[in-house]
Design a protein around this ligand. Structure first.
Ligand SMILES: [Zn+2]
Ligand SMILES: [Zn+2]
Length: 349
């Protein structure tokens, strides 16, 4: 019985199979190599054409923007020259108007609109984009007054003196009120660098003030709002306001020896973006505030602005498991994301 089993398959058959396997091996390998080569070629083709399209797209976008900038650039250059000559010898006045007044007006103008929704719940078409359902509906007036008082204190007693001190530092580096405006490409490069500096400085200073020793004395203030609103973006302990709000934004222009025009746009943009990330509404066609809103809800996730450093340090691991993460996209239609991506039924119970 055993010998019969041993003999099956027969010797010749085994030999034949071995030979067949040997012959087919290179064929198999060739086939595999062919497949690998084919997929590499496909990947190369996709990547290559993708890159080509990106370069073509980027070039045409910047070309159009530059053309627009070039055409309107003369207009802005002429306006700037008028201001420059009107304030000749007193450029510091121009600097303080551009670096404090305009960004502050942007901040309060935008926040005034948001506060109408926070205090009245109207118009309803905005209120329906609220991220944390049922929160700040309407916002507590006492809590709001206290927040506005601290924000005004931070702006008047900290932001303004810091921007005043920034002027001699910029003068030491060069002249922020020089006659020639920066080119559009240079301005884009500056914005990229400002954003990267802010991401690094905000992330690490923010994680530092989350250390138990510092948290209760400093950062707890900002986290009193587990469901934030726009103005709360600057509701912070003065030490935090210097360390996490002001320095990360001020340092970029100092490094780049920027023109006042870049500084005005950057400060205004930074204030509008931080207001959006705290506003509590995920509105169409605006950057998603889900990331920082989740930070206020859970405290130990999502410390940065862009999310790059959170990804590298794994401080967004729990966030990535949530509905908030699924909703963390640029909303390109008018259906609120809480409707198109509803909470799972278990969560609602
Ligand atoms: Zn915050
Ligand atoms: Zn925090």
């Amino acid at each position: 019985m055993t010998s019969a089993l041993k003999r099956w398959p027969p010797e010749q058959e085994i030999q034949h199979m071995k030979e067949a396997a040997r012959d087919s091996l290179p064929v198999e390998r060739r086939k595999q190599e062919g497949q690998i080569w084919g997929s590499m070629r496909r990947t190369g083709f996709i990547l290559g054409s993708g890159l080509l399209m990106f370069v073509a797209f980027w070039n045409s976008v910047t070309w159009h923007l530059q053309r627009f900038w070039g055409a309107s650039g003369y207009f802005w250059q002429a306006q700037w020259e008028k201001l420059f000559h009107a304030f000749e010898g007193k450029e510091w006045i121009l600097f303080y108007l551009g670096a404090t007044l305009i960004p502050t007006l942007c901040f309060w103008g935008f926040n005034a609109l948001l506060l109408v929704v926070d205090t009245t719940g109207k118009p309803n078409f905005i209120a329906r984009y609220r991220i944390q359902e049922g929160k700040n509906d309407p916002v507590d007036p006492g809590k709001l007054r206290q927040a506005v008082r601290l924000v005004l204190f931070n702006q008047l007693a900290i932001s303004f003196p810091m921007v005043i001190a920034l002027y001699p530092c910029l003068r030491w580096r060069g002249n922020p009120c020089r006659l020639e405006l920066p080119t559009f490409h240079w301005f884009l490069l500056e914005l990229t660098i400002f954003t990267l500096i802010e991401e690094v400085m905000f992330y690490y200073s923010h994680r530092l003030i989350h250390h138990p020793l510092l948290y209760k004395h400093i950062h707890k203030r900002h986290h009193e709002w587990t469901a934030p609103i726009g103005v709360v973006s600057l509701y912070a302990h003065p030490v935090e306001h210097v360390l996490s709000n002001m320095l990360p934004v001020i340092l970029g222009p100092l490094v780049m020896n920027s023109h006042l025009s870049s500084i005005t746009v950057w400060f205004s943009l930074a204030l509008i973006v931080t207001t959006i990330s705290h506003c509590g509404y995920h509105l169409p066609f605006l950057p998603s505030p889900e990331f920082h809103d989740y930070h206020h809800l859970k405290f130990n996730q999502c410390y940065g602005v862009l999310g790059v450093l959170d990804h590298l340090h794994g401080t967004d691991a729990a966030f990535k498991q949530t509905k908030a993460y699924e909703r963390h996209v640029l909303l390109l239609n008018f259906t609120p994301l809480s409707e198109s991506i509803p909470d799972s039924p278990k969560k609602k119970e």
